[in-house]
Design a protein around this ligand. Structure first.
Ligand code: PLP
Length: 401
């Protein structure tokens, strides 16, 4: 059955774009946390969640934060940036990547992305770096950056600090190494749309042991409270100018349950991605669809199913036509170098020409992907997209001739 809403036809049984997947022990752990009376940060569930994450991340210390945005701000604080310092990052990312460094007063230099992985790779990084560059933020779009090892080596050779914005890429690895552990600092998101989620949450992965002590201080309002809690000092004192970047333990309880269920979550997500690809890949050339490419030697996180629509097909029309077929597809990032918030002097240099980013920005489409999506629903999504593209693509070709 179809119902009319705001002038558009919607299928009653709409397949949502994303939906929280309830892990079996979620309610139990939240109850336990409430009963313990320790709801604030750095309680028993924070330690449990951080230990599970560390085991996935080469044993690197993991500091839970209220969001990935906060994790990026903590990473930026650790970089000690001034107005003469530049931070290179892809323009095709979420505003939080840029905000974290802009808030610290650094200048932003936006780089283009690769047309197949949709992430900034080594050539785009090399083209953007200047003598003023101090920090490089690699954003793993959909948890995929082909050249991350080469980018790490490039940064090491030039004394640049590499921060990995790994909001999408928990459980991904490249050449066997977990994403988020290539740079001295990595960040994670546990926002409601992510593979494991506690509603809002994040983490900083500290792979450089030299940064850990300071990261702990800055995260705890600039105090050495972490040492007090470990019994290393008899009272804690104010050591630096910091902020409050702790995740409430009651949310860490939810996160712990999610992490314990991660194998199931990941298996379901991978099965769905595989089914989508089985249906879409054979028709991609005919329909003019370009699926995000996963390089060899890469274990992707199955976080999102991203693709580029054919040129000449208006994305807004595709989204409406998909809704009419009961599928909530979505667009994604608007290029940040064109956003009003990042005008000079915040954005360094002349308006860069980032042709791949501008092209991708208006062609990117994502299909529903969440663990409780059935394979049949994914099939419906893929079939709907093929139908829509056949119709709209034929229209576009007709207009062009
Ligand atoms: C690449 C990227 N970085 C950072 C964030 C911010 O994450 P959070 O919502 O946990 O603050 C997002 C949000 O999805 C993102 O896509």
């Amino acid at each position: 059955m179809r119902v009319a809403r705001r002038g558009t036809l919607y299928c009653a049984a709409m397949i949502p774009f994303s939906k929280h997947c309830t892990a079996p022990r979620e309610a139990q752990y939240v109850q336990e946390s409430l009963a313990s009376g320790h709801l604030s940060g750095d309680g028993p569930f924070t330690r449990r969640a951080a230990a599970i994450l560390g085991a996935h991340l080469n044993g690197a210390p993991v500091l839970l934060t209220p969001s990935c945005s906060d994790a990026l701000e903590l990473a930026a604080l650790l970089c000690d940036l001034g107005p003469d310092d530049e931070v290179v990052m892809p323009s095709l990312t979420f505003s939080s990547t840029a905000n974290a460094f802009a808030i610290r007063g650094a200048a932003l230099r936006f780089a283009d992305v690769d047309p197949t992985t949709f992430s900034m790779e080594l050539p785009q990084l090399q083209a953007a770096v200047t003598p003023a560059t101090r920090v490089v933020v690699a954003v793993h779009y959909g948890g995929v950056t082909r050249d991350i090892a080469a980018m790490r080596d490039y940064c090491l050779a030039r004394g640049l600090r590499l921060v990995e914005d790994n909001a999408h890429g928990l459980f991904a690895s490249c050449g066997g190494q977990p994403l988020g552990t290539f740079g001295p600092l990595g960040t994670l998101s546990f926002h409601g749309t992510k593979n494991v989620s506690c509603g809002e949450g994040g983490a900083v992965v500290v792979s450089d042991p030299a940064l850990l002590e300071r990261a702990e201080i800055l995260r705890e309002k600039g105090t050495d409270r972490h040492r007090f809690l470990r019994g290393e000092v008899d009272r804690y004192t104010w050591r630096e100018v910091g902020s409050s970047f702790l995740l409430a333990d009651v949310l860490a309880a939810l996160l712990t349950a999610q992490l314990e269920y991660a194998a199931t979550i990941q298996a379901r997500r991978h099965a769905l991605v595989q089914r989508y690809c089985e249906l879409l890949a054979p028709r991609a050339a005919e329909l003019g669809l370009e699926l995000q490419q996963v390089p060899s030697g890469y274990q992707p996180p199955a976080h999102l199913l991203a693709m580029l629509l054919p040129r000449g097909v208006e994305r807004a029309r595709v989204l409406v036509a998909m809704r009419e077929r009961g599928v909530q597809a979505t667009s994604h990032y608007e290029p940040l170098h064109l956003a009003p918030a990042y005008r000079p002097p915040l954005r360094r240099g002349a308006l860069p020409s980032l042709p791949v980013t501008e092209d991708i920005g208006c062609r990117l489409l994502r299909l529903p992907l969440f663990p409780d999506l059935t394979l049949e629903a994914a099939e419906r999504g893929a079939v709907a997209l093929c139908e829509v593209l056949q119709q709209l693509g034929a229209g576009a070709r007709g207009r062009a001739t």
